[in-house]
Design a protein around this ligand. Structure first.
Ligand code: NAG
Ligand code: NAG
Ligand code: NAG
Ligand code: NAG
Ligand code: NAG
Ligand code: NAG
Length: 274
C-alpha cells in the first residue's frame, strides 16, 4: 500500500463501493437492449496538475450490467513507472449488484491526485469483462475488451473540464464498447453481434460535474483522508449547504456521486460520534 499514499480517496472509493453493493437491488429487472461502456475522462489531452483528477466512465443501459455480470478493472501509472506516486494498479468496479435506479447513463467515477508529478504523461488502462450466454448450449462465455488512454499533466495544460470532454464536438472520440443483449439465458444475457458505439449519448452536464467534485471534495476532506490531502480547500460547515444543493441539482444524472456524498456524510458523522 506504500505506493498508494498519495491516492487520496482510493481506499474510500473501495469502501463506498462495498457499501453501495450492500445496498444494491439484486431484483432489478432489465429488458433486452444495447449495453455500452464509454471512457469519458480523461482524454488524450494536456491537463494542469490536480489534487482531484477525475476518471469517469459511463454505463449506458446500466440495468443490463447485472445480467451480463459486468465488471471492470483499471490501472493508472505515470510515465513508465508503475510504482510512481499516484499509481493505481488494482482499480476495479463491480457493477452486477449496484442500484442504478433510473440513472441512464450511469457515471462511474474515481479520483486520483496528480500533484506529485506536475510534468509527465500518464496511462489509464482499463478492461471490461462480461458474460455471453448461449441459448442453445446452456453455456457461458467470458468476453474481455480493453483499451487505454494516454494523457499529459503539465503546468502549461488546461484545467480538466468534464463538460467539454463530452460536448458535441468531443463526444464522438471517446473509446467505448457496445453489446446487443437480445434475450436472457439461464444465468446471463445472450449477445448478438456487437453494434457500433454511441458515445455521444453519454454526456456529463454541469450539474453532474458539480456532483462529482462535491463528492470527491467531501471524501478528501473527511477526517480519514484529510491528512493525505493538505492541498485541498475544504468547505467550512457554513458552505456545506451549498455543496448539498449542488448535489441535489445533479441528482437526476449522478446518483453515484450523490449516493457517495450521502454515505460519506453518514460515515463522517459516525466517525465524529465514535
Ligand atoms: C493524441 O493527441 C496527439 C496530439 O493531438 C495526437 O498526435 C495523437 O495521435 C493522439 N493519440 C491518440 C492515441 O489518439
Ligand atoms: C518510480 O517511482 C518510485 C517512487 O517515487 C521511485 O522510487 C523510483 O525511483 C521510480 N522509478 C523510476 C524508474 O523512475
Ligand atoms: C501539495 O502541492 C504542492 C505544490 O503545489 C506539491 O508539491 C505537493 O506534492 C502537494 N502535496 C500533496 C500531498 O499532494
Ligand atoms: C454470444 O454467443 C453467441 C452464441 O451463443 C454467438 O453467436 C455470439 O456471436 C456471441 N456474441 C458475442 C458478442 O461474442
Ligand atoms: C481503443 O478504442 C479505439 C476506438 O475508440 C480503437 O481504435 C482501438 O483499437 C482500441 N484499442 C485497443 C487496444 O483495443
Ligand atoms: C440488436 O439485436 C436485435 C435482435 O437481433 C436486432 O433487432 C437489433 O437491430 C440489434 N440492434 C443493433 C443496434 O444492432
Amino acid at each position: 500500500m506504500r505506493a498508494f499514499n498519495h491516492v487520496c480517496p482510493l481506499a474510500w472509493a473501495a469502501l463506498m463501493v462495498g457499501l453501495m453493493t450492500a445496498m444494491g437491488d439484486a431484483t432489478a429487472t432489465a429488458s433486452p437492449g444495447i449495453f455500452e461502456v464509454d471512457a469519458l475522462f480523461p482524454r488524450n489531452e494536456t491537463y494542469t496538475p490536480q489534487a482531484l483528477m477525475p476518471i469517469v466512465f459511463a454505463l449506458q443501459n446500466p440495468a443490463l450490467a447485472s445480467p451480463l455480470v459486468a465488471s471492470m478493472s483499471w490501472e493508472l501509472w505515470e510515465g513508465n513507472n508503475y510504482t510512481s506516486p499516484g499509481s493505481v494498479t488494482d482499480g476495479g468496479f463491480e457493477f452486477a449488484t449496484l442500484d442504478f435506479s433510473s440513472n441512464d447513463p450511469f457515471l462511474v467515477t474515481r479520483i486520483v491526485n496528480t500533484l506529485a508529478y506536475p510534468d509527465g504523461f500518464w496511462t489509464l488502462s482499463w478492461s471490461l469483462e462480461i458474460y455471453n450466454c448461449s441459448q442453445s448450449e446452456h453455456s457461458t462465455q467470458s468476453i474481455t475488451v480493453s483499451n487505454a488512454t494516454v494523457f499529459t499533466i503539465s503546468r502549461s495544460g488546461r484545467a480538466p473540464d468534464l463538460v467539454a470532454a463530452t460536448s458535441a464536438d468531443m463526444c464522438g472520440t471517446a473509446d467505448g464498447y457496445a453489446f446487443n443483449v437480445t434475450s436472457f439465458g439461464d444465468t446471463c444475457g445472450v449477445l448478438g453481434s456487437s453494434p457500433t458505439t454511441n458515445s455521444c449519448a453519454a454526456t456529463i452536464d454541469p450539474a453532474a460535474a458539480s456532483s462529482i467534485y462535491a463528492a470527491a471534495t467531501a471524501s478528501a476532506c473527511s477526517p480519514l483522508y484529510r491528512p493525505q490531502n493538505p492541498n485541498i480547500t475544504c468547505p467550512t460547515s457554513t458552505s456545506k449547504s451549498s455543496a448539498s444543493s449542488a448535489d441535489a441539482a445533479g441528482r437526476s444524472r449522478m446518483a453515484a456521486a450523490s449516493t457517495l456524498f450521502t454515505l460519506l456524510a453518514t460515515l463522517t458523522a459516525l466517525i465524529h460520534l465514535g
